[in-house]
Write a protein that binds this ligand. Structure first.
Ligand SMILES: Cc1ncc(COP(=O)(O)O)c(C=O)c1O
Length: 591
């Protein structure tokens, strides 16, 4: 494609995008396809000769679009929003055209400098303490754009781990320990309601993670953290990282930073991270800033403009109070990456895992400038208003029950009745192709999440009537109604292949065995430890895995030749909450 053809095709593509976005509500929100649908539609090998552009675009409409779940559809109410807007799309277009790889200041100065400035803009609009902003007097902090919230938590955990190891190595008690021995002593903490990425990050960092029970409103409390830390110190562990959440994934609850912060400060070297992947964006509204009270105790904070600030994936902002603590954990400095301004400029390669990085700040800059903070506030307030509207519908309709405190754009609700009934209702909702929602377990109950997601959501997109209709139809339908594979995949963990069910009583025993000295009624007695590579430590014929998002426990059955592969059979969820197959041992050898 030469520049003349690109000019023409580019304009056509903009037209295609405009039509697609204007008419998206005419499409099914979820696709009606099963796994493998695309394979027979495309040739098995790539074309040897160039193909006409028209043929390629034809295939987009006839083969790709039928397999798309439309996240920008007005009736898409699953997950959190996937940020999207025209200025953001234009920003990404330009970033792709510039095509620079801004790993260091020298590799593309504007790429680095705009990122620092835009992070400061957003950080100050959110109301982060000045210590987190780069261009603030005597600040050691600053912001960076990562690809995902998972990476934000990971780099902070890595930094906290490096700080803890270095501190311990300098103390007489650990003088004879090498780094790997110290790793076995470290303990991180989070709530059961925190995102599963915290658990994955702890696996990557090779540290133990104690997963704590929140209170009945799904809020992690200071006393719970304090009790767990004390119990672990008594067992010989070294607490080093507490990951809190503002706006949890399941029900958008807010951990109590005002209580947890002072607890972290009581002990040497505990890093408190605040994951506000979705909710953090909303703090640009003055009336919502109260939700982050206690932020002054945080060492780091992340939010994803690609969730709730009209910016396309990927764009996840991380701010740290001390950038030197972050970079000292990640610096590797080969000759070919060095440059003469390294002393005075930021090199973002030291702030993240990958070396190469996209020019992400361009789209966020476009969005902030084109909407203005007032336009972004209006967008957030509109989502909250519509969520409140749906909440009122639920409250007024005696067939349904509200299951969370609606603060932002997420409503958790359920039909009165059993979990089974609600699972069936959710399947029917998704089967309809008209609305898409996903489940969450809130207070031990199967609930349905209604999340505002469409950028231009309006009152016309009201789903309540549709929902009531579906519920009625469902009640009348036969119980063995056929469900499509896709729908079951998104709403029913039972069909995930490769796992078989594990009896839960063993897991419960293991869980309790990890806690010493606490009464069984205390919140920490219901916590559990996620331990790296515990999968290889099984002394029984089955290996247990826990999927916190589903609140289920599965066992992997060894295959007949002894290799540890999951069977290809389906499985059923074991909906027992707050237990896990933790099979960790305390450092002093006690089970
Ligand atoms: C609170 C929270 N943290 C982290 C994540 C993971 O986000 P990412 O996909 O950017 O890693 C999510 C995803 O929804 C989330 O809700």
């Amino acid at each position: 494609m030469d520049v003349d053809e690109f000019r023409e095709r580019g304009k056509e593509m903009v037209d295609y995008i405009c039509d697609f976005m204007s008419n998206i509500s005419e499409r099914r929100v979820t696709p009606d396809v099963g796994p493998g649908y695309l394979r027979p539609m495309l040739p098995p090998t790539p074309p040897h000769e160039p193909e006409p552009w028209d043929d390629i675009m034809q295939d987009v409409e006839t083969k790709i679009m039928p397999g798309i779940t439309h996240w920008q559809h007005p009736r898409f109410h699953a997950y959190f929003p996937a940020g999207n807007s025209f200025p953001s799309i234009l920003g990404d277009m330009l970033s792709d055209a510039i095509g620079c790889i801004g790993f260091s200041w020298a590799a593309s100065p504007a790429c680095t400098e705009l990122e620092t400035i835009v992070c400061d803009w957003l950080g100050s609009a959110i109301g982060l303490p000045n210590d987190f902003l780069y261009f603030s007097n005597k600040s050691r902090g600053g912001g960076v754009l990562q690809g995902s919230a998972s990476e934000c938590v990971l780099v902070c955990m890595l930094a906290a781990r490096a700080q803890a190891i270095s501190r311990l190595k300098n103390s007489p008690a650990y003088a004879n320990y090498d780094e790997t021995a110290i790793l076995g002593k470290l303990m991180a903490y989070c709530s059961r309601e925190s995102h599963s990425c915290v658990e994955k990050d702890a696996m990557i960092c090779f540290v133990r993670l104690r997963i704590l029970e929140p209170d009945e409103k799904s809020v992690l409390r200071g006393e719970t953290v304090q009790q767990a830390i004390e119990a672990d110190i008594a067992e010989g562990y070294v607490p080093f990282f507490v990951s809190t959440t503002l706006g949890t994934t399941a029900c958008c609850s807010f951990d109590n930073l005002e209580e947890i912060g002072p607890v972290c400060k009581k002990y040497p070297g505990i890093w408190m991270h605040v994951d506000a992947a979705y909710a953090g964006n909303s703090f640009i509204c003055p009336e919502l800033k109260y939700l982050m009270s206690g932020i002054e105790y945080a060492d780091s904070f992340n939010t994803n403009p690609n969730k709730f600030l009209l910016t396309n994936f990927d764009c996840s902002c991380l701010w740290v109070r001390d950038r030197f603590k972050l970079t000292s954990a990640l610096v590797v400095d080969p000759l070919y990456l060095q440059h003469t301004h390294a002393d005075t400029a930021i090199d973002y390669r030291h702030w993240s895992i990958p070396l190469s990085r996209r020019f992400r700040s361009l789209k966020l800059w476009f969005v902030i400038r084109n909407y203005g903070i007032s336009g972004l506030q209006a967008y957030i307030r509109n989502h909250i208003r519509l969520a409140k509207r749906f909440e009122n519908h639920v409250k007024r309709d005696e067939r349904f029950e509200l299951c969370n405190e609606v603060v932002l754009g997420l409503v958790c609700f359920r039909a009165n009745g059993s979990d089974k009934l609600n699972q069936k209702l959710l399947s029917a909702i998704n089967d309809s192709g008209k609305i898409h929602m996903i489940p969450a377990r809130v207070n031990q109950k199967f609930t349905i999440r209604f999340a505002l997601a469409a950028p231009n959501a309006t009152d016309d997109d009201d789903v309540m009537d549709e929902l009531a209709n579906i519920r009625e139809k469902k009640r009348k339908a036969t119980l063995d109604q056929k469900r499509s594979f896709f729908v079951r995949m998104v709403s029913d963990p039972a069909i995930q292949p490769g796992f078989t069910k594990t009896p839960n009583n063993r897991a419960r025993l293991d869980t309790q065995a990890t806690i010493g000295g606490l009464g069984s009624g205390s919140p920490t007695s219901r916590s559990w430890i996620s331990k790296p590579l515990s999968i290889f430590e099984s002394d029984t014929s089955e290996l247990s895995l826990r999927f916190r998002h589903w609140d289920t426990t599965f066992g992997l059955k060894p295959t007949s030749n002894g290799s540890r592969r999951g069977s290809s059979n389906g499985c059923s969820p074991d909906p027992s909450p707050s237990v896990s197959p933790s099979r960790t041992r305390s450092p002093n050898g006690k089970a």
